[in-house]
Ligand binder design. Structure first.
Ligand code: FAD
Length: 271
């Protein structure tokens, strides 16, 4: 399905509950885009890693979903940056894809406890699938602005090379040393023609995470782990790490949907 061809539901352009506006949008691919949503009132403070819930009225009902904010709370005046995958069913994202810039929206938040520990000098291992990279981008942007970057290893698992959102940003930080990050993208479908020429890691995030720990010299006692995105990846990664001695309280998780809820969406990329 392409959402704008098939989703013909009525989206309300105006409603008394609307308190925000879609102010900007950048498409990375037909299925991945960044949306900036701005409150009418002053930006609400939040912590990097938290999420906003945003929506519109579709066929008379408020349809809203939570999204991790990818932008830093220190740069909120232009709206909160949300990195979103189009899920090919008629729910919220198929409506979101149809909204023109300037469309009014409902937004509430921030919410969530997937945030950094203060003054944590352990190495940060960030593991994500697809759009699950968003909160990590907010965390690193914020630490960079605060002049307090932390040594980070970031694994992002996707199906296709063109799904590696924020890749150029992270490669730039790594190359310049602007942020002490080791960026480890991995492609789960290396034989697909769309991934021809890929020479980096292959396999799902959870299948490479222990190798990455070994390569990067990450030890349980000096590493804190944050995992975000697809619930299967999160639970598998957590199991792998715990089997290798990472204590449970060194691992934080943000599940983008409940485990077992992705039946029928086999074609949708990792998270
Ligand atoms: C705390 C939190 C933060 C979130 N942050 C983001 C974010 O930053 N970016 C984002 O794209 N989504 C994010 N999500 C998921 C988001 O809320 C929606 O579920 C998603 O955009 C799909 O909305 P939908 O209404 O079209 O389909 P839904 O009815 O919400 O979901 C239908 C199915 O789509 C699949 N799905 C949901 N989200 C994704 C995804 N991101 N990638 C691949 N498959 C998916 C799952 O199988 C799910 O059961 C987050 C979810 C939570 C709980």
């Amino acid at each position: 399905m392409t959402a704008d061809q098939e989703d013909t539901r009525a989206i309300a352009t105006d409603h008394e509950a609307y308190n925000a506006t879609l102010v900007r949008r950048e498409d990375d691919s037909p299925e991945l885009a960044r949306f900036w949503v701005r409150y009418d009132a002053d930006p609400v403070p939040f912590e990097a890693g938290q999420y906003m819930t945003t929506g519109v009225f579709v066929d008379g009902k408020l349809l809203q979903r939570p999204y991790s904010v990818a932008s830093s709370p220190r740069r909120a005046a232009d709206g909160y940056e949300l990195y979103v995958r189009l899920v090919p069913i008629q729910r919220f994202t198929s409506a979101l894809w149809r909204l023109p810039i300037g469309h009014r929206m409902r937004m509430i938040g921030p919410k969530g406890r997937f945030i950094l520990e203060p003054a944590d000098d352990r190495t940060h291992l960030f593991v994500s699938t697809g759009t699950g990279i968003a909160p990590f981008i907010a965390m690193m942007r914020t630490l960079m602005i605060d002049g307090a970057p932390r040594r980070t290893v970031l694994v992002n698992g996707v199906s296709y090379v063109h799904d590696l959102g924020y890749g150029p940003l992270l490669e730039g930080w790594q190359r310049s040393g602007e942020y002490p990050v080791t960026y480890v993208p991995t492609i789960s479908r290396p034989r697909d023609p769309a991934n021809a020429g890929w020479s980096g890691h292959t396999g799902r995030a959870e299948s490479i995470v222990l190798d990455v720990c070994r390569e990067q010299g990450l030890r349980p006692e000096t590493t804190v782990v944050y995992i975000c995105g697809n619930p299967d990846m999160i639970l598998n990664t957590e199991r792998e790490l715990m089997d290798r001695g990472f204590p449970e309280f060194h691992v934080k998780k943000e599940l983008y949907w409940p485990k077992g809820k992705d039946a029928g969406l086999a074609g949708v990329a990792a998270g």
